[in-house]
Design a protein around this ligand. Structure first.
Ligand SMILES: [Zn+2]
Length: 435
């Protein structure tokens, strides 16, 4: 069987629209009645006024900042974000807090089961099946993604191996010892495991991983292909977050990601106005409404994920809407010397054309009145002095073509740049007044 839920994954477009509109109305009324945030935010509006998907646009977006404010009130620690009785909450989760104070996320047993079911779609779509022994190379802590991966794997019927409390070498030994053939990780950590394996004299392809599901960072297709080459396996991507849940995943056609409909109502809006839906092939901001999670109701959450809208049809036969690509976070888009710049473009160039570059970092700073953008690149240990100069020249040229910016390129000694075991922080903007 190709689908986790053959009925829901092949509905006609009109049926998705109808179901999602009706779920949305229900969630709207529920949120208004049960969460203090929405009692205030949706004042004067009624669920029955939403008659079409266009009417949605009249409802204000939910921003992370206001959620932080509403979290400060009682009941502790969820405050006005809570949608259920606090005694029904069965698990505490939180966001990583990289952009400010963390958001605390309550899950009831019911909402957690809804979340896991949505995640099963992602896992099954990426070809994970009961024959897979899946290694999860992280300590889960309070971060939701790993727990989702864990429970969805169980539900799909895979055999899940929790890989926390080990260092990277220990994890590599464990993969070999128990013959894991599946893995879920951030792209950064997938590359790091491969590098570490090589340093131990182990070819990453010999680890036996057949399927890898990535998340946590925007993954350029060149990075996905590099992981496929290193491990000689199939690599899939998906997108989500602690607040909106995981809402889209890649199928075996590996041509963009399917939105998990009708679990989520996803709008892709023009990034300047945040009002109009963009057309196929255009870039917009993803605004997500999880349609069945009541413990933590969210209406039109601004994910700040920039995505390219994809075409609706797919060779896999699924009929849900697709996104073509994740461009990055609106927080990461910067103006450098008046040019709009996304760090993902640099990663795409490096992973595609510069196999000799192992690790990198991008630094933007202001010298006098001038913005200076520097790439610090770390080559493979085996590189010769003469090829270092050639690589520098090629880097300057390729980056200029890809970004329209002149980069200052510095080659760093092997092993000198930081390595990341979760999400990478390879972009540093040191300007005081970031445009
Ligand atoms: Zn597909």
């Amino acid at each position: 069987m190709n689908y986790w839920n053959p009925y829901l994954e092949t509905l006609p477009r009109e049926a998705y629209d109808q179901i999602e509109l009706s779920y949305f109305r229900r969630m709207f009324s529920f949120a208004k009645e049960h969460s203090a945030l929405y009692r205030d935010k949706l004042k004067g509006m009624e669920g029955k006024e939403i008659r079409s998907l266009d009417d949605l646009k009249k409802i204000p977006l939910t921003e992370k900042e206001e959620m932080r404010k509403y979290q400060e009130v009682e009941p502790f620690p969820y405050g006005g974000l809570l949608g259920s009785d606090i005694e029904k909450v069965t698990t505490f989760r939180q966001t990583s807090g990289t952009t400010g104070k963390p958001i605390y996320v309550p899950e009831t047993y019911e909402s957690w089961q809804w979340r896991i079911e949505a995640w099963c779609h992602i896992l099954y779509m990426a070809g994970f099946r009961p024959r897979h022994r899946v290694f999860l190379p992280f300590g889960y802590n309070v971060y939701v993604a790993f727990w989702e991966a864990h429970f969805a794997s169980e539900k799909v019927g895979c055999e899940l191996v929790p890989g926390g409390a080990l260092d990277t070498k220990g994890r590599i030994h464990k993969i070999l010892e128990i013959r894991a053939n599946g893995m879920m990780n951030t792209p950064t950590y997938g590359l790091h495991i491969a590098e570490e394996a090589k340093s131990m004299g182990i070819d990453p392809a010999s680890l036996g991983i057949e399927r890898m599901l990535c998340a946590g960072e925007p993954m350029p297709s060149a990075t996905r292909k590099r992981l496929e080459e290193l491990y000689q396996c199939h690599v899939f991507d998906h997108i989500g977050g602690t607040e909106p849940c995981a809402w889209a995943g890649m199928c075996e056609a590996k041509d963009g990601m399917h939105i998990i409909e009708p679990f989520f109502l996803v709008e892709i809006l023009d990034r300047e106005t945040l009002k109009k839906e963009v057309d196929e092939g255009e870039t917009g901001v993803a605004v997500v409404t999880p349609l069945g999670r009541r413990s933590f109701p969210l209406i039109r959450f601004n994910t700040k994920d920039l995505v390219i809208k994809g075409k609706d049809s797919c060779s896999c036969g699924r009929t849900s809407r697709k996104i073509k690509e994740v461009v990055g976070r609106t927080d990461d888009l910067r103006k450098v010397r008046g040019v709009l710049f996304s760090p993902k473009t640099v990663e795409e160039v490096l992973r595609k054309e510069f196999q000799e570059v192992e690790e990198f970092e991008i630094v933007v700073e202001r010298r006098g009145l001038m913005d200076v953008i520097t790439l610090r690149a770390e080559p493979n240990p085996g590189i010769t002095v003469s090829s270092i100069e050639q690589t520098k020249a090629r880097l300057r040229e390729s980056l200029k073509i890809a970004t329209n910016l002149s980069f200052n390129v510095i080659m760093e000694p092997p092993g000198s740049l930081p390595r990341y075991t979760l999400k990478a922080k390879r972009f540093k903007d040191l300007r005081e007044d970031i445009p």
